[in-house]
Design a protein around this ligand. Sequence first.
Ligand code: ZN
Length: 363
Amino acid sequence: MRRVYLEQEDGKRPHLAGDGRCDSPGFNAQYCHYTFMLDDTKEILHTELVQSTEATSSGAMEPLGFRRGMTELLDLGLDVEVMTTDRSSSIRKIMREQYLNIQHEFDIWHTAKGFWNKILTKGEKKDTAILLAWTRSVVNHMWYSCATSKGDIEALQNRWKSITHHVCNEHEWRDDDGKQHRCDHPPLTAQDQRMRMWIDKDSVALQALSSLVLNERLLKDLNQMALFKHTGPLENFHSALLKYLPKRQYHGMRERCHLAILDHNENIVKRKQATTVTGEARFKQVYCKKSKQWILKKVFTPHTTQFVGDLIERVLESRRNPNIKFKTPTTSLALPQPASPPNIAPVPKPSKETAKALFQSHF
Ligand SMILES: [Zn+2]
């Protein structure tokens, strides 16, 4: 927390991202971790553990963890400026009713994934099947519109809506209000023009796509994505948490989760992109089965667990501190010395003098 206070002294109010992870999906979940991450460094700041017995239902565990965590962080004096979450209706309600002075942003990944599935569903019919050829481009355009808006909601909305013109091979147009608009991309070459399956302006397919792109609820949600925030690193943390907290491992859950946080924070800050002997950044190519494409990924320096040694050293320091009184005497907690392995030689060791005499006789 000290680090966060320092940032506040610099005049920056922290931006956080939060996400929950339950031990199993649906109604059988026994517990849920709700984790808060600092958006700029991706360090985990706080986590709340909620057991199913504490909530009215499995679905209520995540909002309960969120509410508890927010209370804890704000009580500690954290002056949060932006909070990014998924679009869960219960968390939206909590933010709207209790944290009006904190800007609530949505993670773009969840929205983009949902939108991808909606286009796939719309494209199932014969007269709208052309939409399937545009799925990736339209979803990429959503990412692009959010990434380039830099908080300007109007710019984001205009850029996003422009896709309904672009797919018809219309790259300059006049709106109903008489305003002139154009796509951001440079003029298309003749080859670009030939490469695309342009959609007819009067087609059912364009109507179907427009109904998705211009959906009022989506347009409203996009207003909360203009800062281009993500909760993706939290999902990575939740996957890594499995190493410390395997499913159905209920013993010491809180402590195991804290170890996972120490591991995450050490590596998220220290690990840099690896370089070759000549100093060039290293990459590797990985085949993605889902997208059926080769993807370029950064290669990072090796994962470290320096925090384990630090923790042991701090525990030993406390034991050595004469001002701290322990219930159990320190002597009984002395670390067991590893027993020397038995000598495996089948004949007794000769004396050093005999050995030396034998060694010299070889010459
Ligand atoms: Zn265009």
